[in-house]
Design a protein around this ligand. Structure first.
Ligand code: 13P
Length: 257
């Protein structure tokens, strides 16, 4: 059975002291073995949050990385540096990076491979924009993103990845996909993985849903058979809302047994 993964993507928010305070609240409210809980602060808050989370099972995650390990690449942060900072996972190809910072399927692939090589688990983000959904292109767009990200991969590597399906029209808009819409795309992603890498890989890879997940809608999304967790933005900045989402994942998993 896939262990649900609940991630708080704090995006470009929180100075060190605030990040540390939130991490302490998350540690107090969300430290469980039933599901995996991780938080993604900005680079500058990684050390403070690492310290705050010490002694808990909650994992530290970075929001991006560069694919070279070191060298003359001013401003970049590499996978070995993130491991050194205490990270277990790294988000790759978030739609905000694709939209504002020129991220492409090719850079996503390079970053994901660099993460794996350093022992980090990439959380690979895919998702369509509104015009594509309205034109019934969702599956084609997500399929092309997977094709671009996973070109030349082995099944053994693919199995180590987490995929986050984040419909761009649902991010930060308060408009989430219905549980049925999410399930449909998650099932497609799993089938795509099974077809490309074999059924065991399709069964093993965790697929998170992201896009306006909150305390009110988390349960119905997490009850879907192919939704293995959530990548939460806005609601993860409030410890009580985030704890409610974690609890919904614990309950959904118990109900599936
Ligand atoms: P919101 O939950 O704020 O919509 O953000 C989702 C997201 O982009 C998580 O990575």
């Amino acid at each position: 059975m896939r262990k649900p993964l609940i991630a708080g993507n704090w995006k470009l928010n929180l100075l060190q002291a605030d990040a540390e305070a939130l991490a302490r609240q998350v540690k107090a409210a969300c430290d469980t073995d039933a599901v995996e809980v991780i938080v993604c602060p900005t680079y500058t808050a990684l050390a403070a949050v690492r310290q705050a989370l010490e002694g808990s099972r909650i994992g530290l995650v970075a929001q991006d990385l560069y694919w070279e390990a070191s060298g003359a690449f001013t401003g970049e942060v590499s996978a070995p540096m993130l491991v050194d900072a205490g990270c277990r996972y790294v988000i790759v190809g978030h739609s905000e990076r694709r939209q504002h910072f020129g991220e492409t399927d090719e850079t996503v692939q390079r970053k994901a491979k660099a993460a794996l090589a350093a022992g980090l688990t990439p959380i690979l983000c895919v998702g369509e924009v509104l015009a594509q959904r309205d034109a019934n292109q969702t599956v084609g767009v997500v399929g092309a993103q997977l094709e671009g990200a996973f070109g030349g991969w082995t099944g053994a590597d693919a199995q180590r990845v987490v995929i986050a399906y984040e419909p761009v029209w649902a991010i930060g808009t308060g408009r989430n996909a219905t549980p049925e819409q999410a399930q449909e795309v998650h099932a497609f992603i799993r089938q795509w993985l099974a077809k490309r890498f074999g059924a065991p890989v399709g069964e093993a890879v965790r697929i998170q849903y992201g896009g306006s997940v909150n305390a009110g809608n988390a349960a119905s999304l997490l009850q879907q058979p192919d939704v293995d967790g959530a990548l939460v933005g806005g609601a993860s900045l409030k410890a009580d809302a985030f704890a409610t989402i974690v609890k919904a994942a614990v309950d959904a998993k118990a109900a599936m047994r």
